[in-house]
Design a binder for this molecule. Structure first.
Ligand code: NAD
Length: 499
């Protein structure tokens, strides 16, 4: 790991030499937006301008979808020999690895994420997703059905065509790579619209894809806003599939856009309000408290699976809260380029204001502030929030029901297992859940009853590319990573041959 000073020097080089990508990437080349407009990309740590980025809208969407459609129809990618496609994606992964410091730096500057996490989690995980999907390409076999022997019944998997992906800002590179690696491995052509709050790493990796040999038009990136570029993509008649990660509100809109246009498939990875349940038989209270703190304060709480609701058994509350407060205090906000910093700034001023509003509402509704509170914002000094914990919360409170997407934890107690499960399930969301218990039967029993796409027992957030990531209820319907993601990007075809 580089030192703080080394990261600062690298940052100065990157920014002063104007090396941050800022144009759309269509058909294998950087291009300005058709309307010539740009938007400001701001570093949330010091509020400085990083780049003026092309602000794409419907015109650019039409150009990019046309490029992707032509590339798909030409078969330059979809019918390329699987082994060759695999080698191109692997070469791309090699190039990402060769640029890992630059990619880590770009996301840290763009959204305030800790450089330590970028280097140790986001970048390696993104590369792993690409390598894993690449390896799958020549392992996707078809089937022959055991039908009447007078026929030969073939079941094959085919790519879908133009896949549009729309991604959020909280894990810029990783969210992009989880989606596009599977979509491209399955032989599709992709038009990506990254979040307007963190578009830079997506623009950089597109150029590296071309260098790796990905044919022009197979992967296109359109920076721009949701209500312009995003909406136009979602309504486009030539987009066959929409893969989205973001809020549940926008996820609902995308389902409407699909219905209003061509009934494109819509895969949604949406919001969360994950519960963490600590039972009285929890073996290591210190570890559970550290786990609970990490589950809400990692990435400033800007994590879809953040456990923002903590349910702790009444009998261990005092001991647990002492350990939790101790662990929480290690998340002091600071410059995310310092490898020792565990918590950077919020992504922008609007997100900081959202956090502030929910802290105020928690106080107004009667929760008891134990740590943190409203941010001490001073213009120009970055959008820093404080790790914040309330106890005496209840499920009727707004900040317990709504996703804050910030470092704010609501603590409640429970007495019985049934009560804990009922409290955990009393949410519109169903993304992740964490349980801390030493009782194996309880772990299985509770895990089955939790309305959640993912459950962690005595840990939180673990999961490499081999396991699916996604939720139920208002948290969405899709899965990223693993074979389950790959299948989303293929169409099953049945062909019957009379012998
Ligand atoms: P968001 O929904 O505001 O935006 C996500 C993307 O959608 C952005 O690219 C945005 O420009 C685009 N968009 C916005 N309005 C649109 C519209 N009308 N039409 C088309 N596109 C539109 O979400 P966000 O603030 O970027 O990200 C935070 C959210 O993402 C949180 O709710 C978080 O839980 C969720 N998230 C979920 C997962 C998961 O895997 N389930 C992972 C990360 C983040």
């Amino acid at each position: 790991m580089k030192t703080y000073q080394e990261w600062l020097s690298l940052r100065d080089e990157l920014v002063s030499q104007d090396r941050l990508p800022h144009m759309a990437y269509i058909n294998g080349a950087y291009v300005p937006a058709v309307n010539g407009e740009t938007f400001d990309c701001i570093n949330p740590t010091d509020e400085s301008l990083l780049a003026k980025v092309a602000s794409c809208d419907e015109d650019d969407v039409n150009v990019a979808v046309e490029a992707a459609k032509n590339a798909f129809k030409s078969g330059v990618w979809s019918t390329m020999a699987p082994g060759k496609r695999k080698r191109i994606l692997q070469k791309w992964a090699d190039l990402l690895e060769a640029h890992e410091d630059e990619l880590a730096l770009i996301d840290t500057l763009d959204m305030g994420k800790s450089i330590n996490e970028m280097v140790n989690i986001d970048v390696p995980d993104s590369i792993d997703a690409l390598r894993w999907s690449a390896e799958c390409i020549d392992k996707l076999y078809g089937e022959i059905a055991p039908t009447d022997p007078k026929n030969l019944a073939l079941i094959t998997r085919e790519p879908l065509g133009v896949v549009a992906t729309i991604t959020p800002w909280n894990y810029p590179l990783m969210m992009v790579m989880w989606k596009i690696s599977s979509a491209l491995a399955a032989g599709n052509c992709v038009v990506l619209k990254p979040s307007e709050k963190s578009p830079l790493s997506a623009l950089r990796i597109a150029q590296l894809a071309t260098q790796a040999g990905l044919p022009d038009g197979v992967f296109n990136v359109l920076p721009g806003f949701g209500h312009t570029a995003g909406k136009a993509l979602a309504l486009h008649m030539d987009v066959t599939t929409l893969a989205f990660t973001g809020s549940s509100r926008v996820a609902g809109l995308l389902m409407q856009y699909a219905g209003q246009s061509n009934m494109k498939r819509v895969w949604l990875e949406a919001g969360g309000k994950s519960p963490c349940i600590v039972f009285s038989d929890c073996k290591d209270i210190e570890a559970a408290a550290e786990g609970a703190a990490s589950a809400i304060f990692t990435n400033q709480g800007e994590v879809c699976i953040a456990c923002s609701r903590l349910y702790v058994h009444d009998s261990i509350k005092d001991e647990f809260m002492t350990a939790l407060l101790r662990a929480a205090k290690t998340y002091q906000p600071g410059d995310p380029l310092n490898p020792d910093t565990k918590m950077g700034p919020m992504v922008d001023k609007a997100q900081l204001e959202t956090v502030t509003r929910y802290i105020q509402s928690a106080k107004e509704e009667g929760a008891n502030l134990l740590l943190g509170g409203e941010p001490d914002y001073q213009e120009g000094n970055g959008f820093f929030a404080k790790p914040t914990i309330f106890d005496q919360a209840n499920n009727g409170m707004t900040f317990v029901q709504e996703e804050i997407f910030g470092p704010v934890l609501a603590v409640q107690t429970f007495e019985t297992e049934e009560e804990a499960i009922a409290l955990a399930n009393d949410s519109q969301y169903g993304l992740g859940a964490a349980i801390w218990t030493a009782d194996l039967s309880r772990a299985h029993r509770v895990s089955r009853l939790l309305e959640s796409g993912m459950v962690w027992v005595n840990t939180w957030g673990d999961g490499d590319t081999t396991v699916p990531f996604g939720g139920v209820k208002a948290s969405g319907n899709g899965r990223d990573k693993s074979w389950h993601a790959l299948e989303k990007y293929t169409e099953v075809k049945y062909t019957c041959i009379r012998l």
